[in-house]
Design a protein around this ligand. Structure first.
Ligand code: SF4
Length: 445
């Protein structure tokens, strides 16, 4: 029998209720401990011992990208909010008083950017379908309720409201009945993305209970099933030694046998996540079950804001059989001030990384903003006449006719997001601002 290349591990979460009892607490300075104590009241915090013991280099401590990726930092909330919350916590205030302060800070962190709650929810017979989003013609997103958590939380997560227990701002579905009915009606939909959180935190049997009705419905126009997941990075044992790992891989095989293309949309933020023996073996197993793995992540300060890091990530990904897919711009939500990078710098990082890799890694696209009107790709900067401009295009859009149509914004060295941009050449509006009807919601009669 072949010896495993790694020791199987048991999933041990670390979160705000047990961190002070973990050895990791002792590796942190007192300022970092205080940051975790205060900021984790507002933003979700969860990591696990695979991450802390295999991916974080504690010698470098707060300079470590994986530490910054998973541990709350003081600068993630406003200095004033931090002090207010710290005082409330130290004053022995009641839980309700603390909650009130926390909620007011959260409301100011733009919990649902890009109209996720209000504009992307489809309807069936006049009824809004909970836990579904349909923004782009070909792709429907489905949020199974038990998949609204992750093996660890990224501190930059744009879905952070999903994890803070506030049902007002959470979207989720408990069954796939509506999903199947909706998919049947919408012949233009070729792709289903099951996402969260991370749907692979669910037991294989539960994931199967959502997927089986979709497969059994034999919806001919549905060609691809995507699973959005960071399990390979944060908990590769999900595919190796968890009690139902083999069942999960059999389920992948079942999807492929049903004639669907199965794509694991794997979130990898830093090459260190691809450096362990368990992740290599997990990738091998997922691919041998017939799934393709595409890799994507946002570009964020303190974690991966270097072209060498991205080049190394894509090179190692391709070496392991992954397909580089997107470099995103950090969304305008949560602790964006801590992570954001001006667009012109994001483009330079992308270009310098792109220049370092072979053609096989040049499947990647970016920097791309998942903004309200669509996925906006910053192609680059140019001098046109006397004006320096950003050149942009939609990769996906609420109106499919906008895709691939170049448009121009005035160059702004400070701009970090689409909303910060103004049209070039003295125009008052971008073309899509006139054409977009903001009340449009996808509806099936
Ligand atoms: S894996 Fe995705 S959903 Fe989960 S915390 Fe990270 S960014 Fe958020």
């Amino acid at each position: 029998m072949k010896l495993p290349l790694f020791q199987p591990q048991r999933y041990e979460p670390i979160h705000r209720f047990n961190i002070q009892r973990s050895p990791e607490w002792g590796f942190m300075g007192s300022d970092e401990q205080e940051a975790v104590r205060v900021v984790s009241q507002v933003l979700p915090f969860r990591t696990n011992t695979y991450v802390t013991r295999n991916l974080i280099n504690w010698d470098r401590n707060s300079g470590d990208p994986m530490f910054n990726l998973t541990f709350p930092q003081r600068e993630m909330i406003d200095e004033e909010d931090f002090s207010t919350l710290q005082e409330v916590l130290n004053s022995g205030a009641s839980r309700d008083e603390v909650k009130e302060v926390v909620q007011s800070i959260r409301r100011r962190l733009n919990p649902h950017p890009a109209g996720q709650l209000s504009h992307n929810v489809p309807e069936l017979n006049g009824r809004k379908l909970e836990g579904l989003q349909h923004k782009y013609r070909e792709t429907v997103l489905f949020f199974p309720s038990q998949g609204q958590t992750c093996h660890a939380y990224c501190t930059y997560c744009f879905r952070w409201p999903q994890f803070v227990g506030n049902s007002e701002v959470r979207f989720q579905s408990r069954s796939s009945d509506d999903l199947v009915r909706y998919l049947r009606e919408r012949e233009e939909v070729t792709d289903l993305l099951i996402t969260g959180g991370d749907p692979l935190v669910m037991k294989a049997s539960l994931l199967e209970s959502y997927l089986a009705p979709v497969l059994e419905a034999q919806i001919e126009h549905l060609k691809t099933i995507r699973l959005g997941s960071k399990a390979l990075a944060y908990w590769p044992f999900r595919f190796l030694t968890d009690p139902d790992s083999d069942d999960l891989l059999r389920l992948f095989e079942r999807v492929v046998k049903a004639g669907k293309h199965l794509a694991l949309m794997a979130h990898f933020s830093h090459p260190v996540e691809l450096s362990t023996a368990p992740v290599e073996e997990a990738i091998r197993r997922v691919r041998s079950a017939g799934a393709e793995i595409r890799m994507q992540a946002p570009l964020v300060r303190h974690v991966n804001d270097s072209s060498d890091v991205w080049a190394a990530l894509w090179k190692q990904g391709v070496h392991l059989g992954l397909v580089p897919y997107y470099m995103f711009v950090e969304r305008d939500t949560g602790p964006k001030g801590y992570f954001e990078i001006p667009l012109h710098r994001a483009h330079l990082i992308f270009r310098e990384a792109f220049n370092q890799v072979s053609g096989l890694a040049r499947t990647v696209r970016g920097p791309s903003m998942s903004a309200f009107p669509g996925k906006v790709h910053l192609i680059g900067t140019a001098q046109i006449g006397r004006e320096k401009v950003f050149v942009l295009q939609f990769l996906q859009a609420r109106d499919p006719n906008w895709v691939g149509r170049p448009f121009f914004a005035r160059f702004d060295p400070e701009a970090c997001w689409l909303d910060d941009l103004t049209p070039a050449f003295g125009r008052k509006h971008f073309f899509f601002e006139r054409e977009y009807e903001p009340t449009a919601v996808s509806t099936v009669a």
